[in-house]
Design a protein. Structure first.
Length: 135
């Protein structure tokens, strides 16, 4: 059963895994994950790198800029797509359910350090889009 199947057929288990994922990162000493979850590999890695280190598009890990932005804003970018200086990021509205987008944001947080997580959380306090991913 692929990660995708788990999300489709066992949403409750999938949500549990997504909720657990950041703590797995912490437990592993925040090392790079051998195999990021299938959804990231399938939809994001080709542009943002296997572990968020960047490639055709900017990094999503701690070396990038994504952590400056609140969850709600990142959610909208992933759902609707966005323009970059060189190329466009497609929107994933038709490919990813909201809870899957929230799972991908949770994955990015595994890659950010404690200061970045704190600053990102503060940025979210004034952003109404925060309602998209419930804690
Ligand atoms: C076809 C290439 C492509 C794919 C696939 C892609 N992106 Fe992007 N993404 C971009 C581009 C281009 C930008 C905007 C410019 C840049 O950051 O390089 C961007 C920007 C972002 C940003 C904002 C980064 C910042 O520093 O502000 C996030 C977050 C992001 N993408 C997440 C994702 C996620 C999650 C996926 C998978 C669901 C994904 N992207 C798939 C090309 C892509």
């Amino acid at each position: 059963m692929s990660v995708r199947d788990i999300f489709r057929k066992r949403p409750v288990i999938a949500l549990f895994l997504v909720a657990l994922y950041p703590s797995i990162g912490w437990a592993a000493g925040r090392e790079k994950l051998e195999e990021p979850p299938g959804l990231y590999a399938e939809h994001c890695a080709s542009c943002h790198g296997k572990n968020g280190e960047g490639g055709k598009a900017s990094p999503l890990d701690s070396t990038g800029h994504a952590w400056h932005h609140p969850d709600g804003q990142i959610f909208l970018w992933i759902r609707n797509g966005r323009y970059g200086p060189a190329q466009r990021m497609p929107g994933f509205e038709n490919n990813l359910a909201p809870r899957e987008i929230c799972g991908l944001i949770a994955l990015m947080k595994v890659w950010w350090n404690a200061d970045q997580l704190e600053s990102q959380r503060k940025a979210g306090e004034s952003f109404s889009g925060q309602i998209f991913c419930r804690k």
